[in-house]
Design a protein around this ligand. Sequence first.
Ligand code: UDP
Ligand code: MG
Length: 139
Amino acid sequence: MATNRTFTMLKPDAVEKGHIGAILEKISASGFKIVAMKLTQLTKADAEEFYAIHNERPFFADLVEYMTRGPIVAAILEKDNAVEDFRTLIGATNPEDAAEGTIRKLYAASISENAVHGSDSDENAAIEGAFHFSGRDTF
Ligand code: UDP
Ligand code: MG
């Protein structure tokens, strides 16, 4: 049974380019309710833990460097079928493959600097949300 929450980060490239407002507008207009949100910055240890599943991949060091270089917006989002619908809204990992109108198609520069994160399962949504927010910060 799908739960109705997912976790997102607006990544450093999106924040640097001033796209926070436009991306949040698109998220809200697509029916997601923000139930937790903050501007924060990942430490190297945070990024290594968050992306631990990729630690053998050739892009891992660059990914950690990128994700730690500036602030991000972390948020928990609520909607029916949140995980799957948010992955649809953000589009494919590589913006060249992302559907028209998706957040990555609109705002991502490359497969590495791709503007936004979205959890890939209900289990990871819960783990990733808890990584960034306590129960007191979540509505
Ligand atoms: N990434 C990268 N090069 C790749 C694949 C992924 O730099 O060839 C980065 C990119 O920022 C991506 C993140 O690593 O969003 C996590 O990769 P994943 O395959 O989980 O993609 P996602 O779930 O974010 O679409
Ligand atoms: Mg992923």
